[in-house]
Design a protein around this ligand. Structure first.
Ligand code: PGA
Length: 243
């Protein structure tokens, strides 16, 4: 794992957008893995800026998001479909048919998972995957205890994850209890991974990721076995590690 430690959230976001812009310029039909949450919000703004300035075109790129809630409609303002449209897709030239998210609003969830996994494989796999990390070490919605060998699957969200995400909903009762997520195995098959981590409250998580044991109890720890991972951390998040 390579570490890039920067001063603040803005620099973290800029480093990450530079890496994605460079990838798409090198390989216009790159397969990008995308993430939601608070952490990548500025990253997406910077990608939009780069597109508007003519520094990059997403016309031939393909994207796959990590996860989506189960049980809320796609146009619900808290769905990840909605997040991605608002924060990125409505503002760049990635054709809608090339932007993929798991379908959490469907009759047969297992079929949705299998189709998603197959679509990633048909696209040739993810070239560059963006990740955030939860306080409990989750990546995507792979909560502690998820087998490392799992592909795209349905998960029960951990109580701590529902609490952390309740800030986006009117009350915790409205936070979905399930989601579809790429599995750890799916994520580990990406050619390159960029993980963003910012803020003092994530310092323990980065310590465990960098220096703790590799264990299913802290899902992100498996990234230490991936050959091409860049961790971009701000100083606050990196305050407990020796880098
Ligand atoms: P956050 O979420 O960016 O909103 O902190 C990250 C995650 O839970 O994976």
């Amino acid at each position: 794992m390579d570490f890039i430690i920067v001063d603040n959230y803005e620099e973290m976001s800029k480093k990450a957008s530079d890496i994605f812009v460079e990838k798409v310029n090198q390989k216009p039909d790159a397969v990008l893995g995308l993430a939601t949450g608070s952490t990548p919000e500025r990253f997406y703004e910077l990608l939009i800026d780069a597109y508007k300035q003519g520094d990059v075109s997403f016309e031939h790129a393909i994207s796959f998001n990590l996860d989506e809630y189960v049980g809320i409609s796609l146009d619900n303002s808290q769905s990840y479909h909605h997040y991605m449209n608002e924060k990125l897709f409505n503002h760049i030239n990635l054709p809608a048919a090339q932007a993929n998210l798991p379908l959490g609003e469907t009759e047969d969830l297992q079929v949705a998972c299998d189709n998603y996994e197959a679509k990633i494989k048909d696209a040739g796999g993810v070239d560059l995957q963006l990740l955030g990390i939860g306080l409990n070490g989750h990546i995507g919605f792979n909560e502690p205890g998820t087998p490392f060998e799992q592909e795209t699957h349905v998960v029960d969200l951990a109580p701590s994850t529902r609490e952390a995400n309740a800030r986006f909903f009117d009350s915790i009762d409205e936070v979905p209890t399930k989601a579809i997520t790429m599995g750890i195995k799916t994520i580990m098959q990406s050619e390159q991974i960029v993980l963003l981590i910012s803020g003092e409250k994530k310092a323990d998580a980065l310590y465990q990721l960098a220096e703790g044991p590799i264990t299913e109890d802290f899902p992100a720890s498996i990234l230490r076995e991936h050959p091409n991972v860049i961790i971009i951390a701000d100083k606050a998040a990196a305050s407990k590690i020796n880098k």
